[in-house]
Design a protein around this ligand. Sequence first.
Ligand code: ADP
Length: 314
Amino acid sequence: MDLEGKKTEIDSLLECVRPISFDTLVGNSNLKEVMSKAMEGSSKRSEALGHILLASPPGLGKTTVARIIGGPEVLQLMGTNLDPELFERILYMLGEDNPFKRVVFVDEFHSLRRGMKESISVIMEAFQLPGHSSIRIIPFTLIAATTDSGSLHQAIRDRFMYTFQLEFYSIEDLSKIARRTAGILAIKITDSAITEIALRSRGIPRLTNRYLRLLRDWSSLLTKPIVEDILQSKFRIDHMGLGPLDREVLYEILKGAGKPVGIVTIASSLQEDQSNIENIVEPYLLRVGLIQKTPRGRVLTKKGMDFITKMKRT
Ligand code: ADP
């Protein structure tokens, strides 16, 4: 099981709980307000919405927001396998009958290849194909999602009219999400069990839903002691929501004995992808105050040190 929030098979079984309107999307009040106004305006004027960039670690709602804005049938592409020729063909295919719904969603936007980044930049700005200024493309809206916004150059960021950084969710918002999901999946659960799941979800709705889905197989009524016991003993998720990889990263930093440890060293000793550590593990460890970033690497905070010394190695 992937504990850090990346999409896995179990999440496909949870498509039925994905919000399909801003009314059921929890949190994100600024995004909902700004985009509702923008969608209303563009719909009235029959114009394409401005391009939108959604940035966050995995599981915080980028795809959900893109589907609410573009509609459930929005064309979804992966940045990793997009090339200029394919993209041009797609743009030609976009229909003309419903201009404000002409939306293309590109996930993992940071992983576009260099040539593709350059050509998409021209297309987004001028609705022209690079090198073919006479060929006009029907205006469309690009919604780009990225887990690594830091790697996007300013020139390409400037092409987006709206940029939203989706934040980790509060315990209260995660509890709302858990309650709604439990309702849809007809799971019996107590209030304190809902809070316990929220506490262990490391701020990520995808994990909240996933834990509920897993836990329902263990009992017909989920109570706090059952949630604590199963998440801890079967899935090794501790009371702060940390999983095995988070703890491994803390141990690598501990090995530095107070000296900052670089991300390359951590990734290579754990044989993990550097971007996984940087974009998935680290933001949560920083957020809960267990580590600190210095110009020369990562160090444990006092809280991180206390946490790790109390903990048995898993
Ligand atoms: P991302 O694209 O950022 O990886 P998703 O949009 O796929 O994340 O979200 C993962 C799951 O978490 C969704 O299927 C949805 O059920 C749930 N979710 C995410 N954000 C919210 C939210 N704001 N309110 C309710 N559920 C959410």
